[in-house]
Design a protein around this ligand. Structure first.
Ligand SMILES: Cc1cc2nc3c(=O)[nH]c(=O)nc-3n(C[C@H](O)[C@H](O)[C@H](O)COP(=O)(O)O)c2cc1C
Length: 171
């Protein structure tokens, strides 16, 4: 909980490119979740702004980004689908967090991709990474096809409504 006793949501965006569509869906989903959970304005960690700093152990910006993630109650962790899994940038960033480091965090994995046959990648590859970090993943992840982007705000609102009970029960 934040200092005001409200749920703290943070969106982590693993696209190496800034202002990506992946960033857009992460922001949309985080806002819809904030609405149903009564949370404040979500925070954002856009890894494109860190770039290779994610690999520099002592980098202040990368450390601050990890602190922001560790302070979240609920994480939206979004990545483009690369090679049927998440981006290397996201993995390098999450490698800064110790095993079990997210033990007090609920996480929602989100992949944006172009290939319908990679839809299961979010549950098969992405959720296990978050579980290894100790997060609880109380709802199924979202795989968003590029062809579904036009209606994503509607889908995000519906997903948030459906996931609300599971997200609250896991707190
Ligand atoms: C290096 C690379 C690998 C990709 N691999 C896949 C893939 O395996 N499956 C898939 O559905 N889309 C794949 N894509 C397509 C991206 O997932 C898609 O273009 C991206 O999610 C769009 O997000 P963005 O607009 O935020 O960059 C790949 C794209 C790139 C650049």
């Amino acid at each position: 909980m934040s200092e005001y006793g409200r749920v703290r949501i943070v969106a982590v965006v693993g696209n190496p490119r800034a202002a990506s569509r992946t960033h857009g869906i992460a922001r949309t989903l985080a806002r819809e979740m904030a609405a149903v959970l009564g949370a404040g304005e979500p925070g954002e960690v856009d890894l494109a702004t860190l770039g290779s700093k994610v690999l520099e152990r002592e980098d202040r910006d990368a450390r601050a980004a990890v602190e922001e993630v560790l302070a979240a109650d609920v994480l939206v962790v979004a990545s483009p689908t690369y090679k049927a899994t998440y981006s290397g940038l996201l993995k390098a960033f999450l490698d800064r967090i110790g095993t079990g480091g997210l033990h007090r965090t609920r996480a929602v994995p989100v992949l944006l991709g172009g290939a319908p046959d990679h839809r299961l990648a979010v549950d098969v590859h992405f959720t296990p990474l978050l579980l290894e970090l100790g997060a609880s993943v109380p709802a199924r992840g979202l795989f968003v096809l590029e062809s579904e982007l036009d209606d994503f705000d509607v889908a995000a609102a519906a997903w948030a409504r459906d996931a609300r009970a599971a997200l609250l029960a896991a707190s």
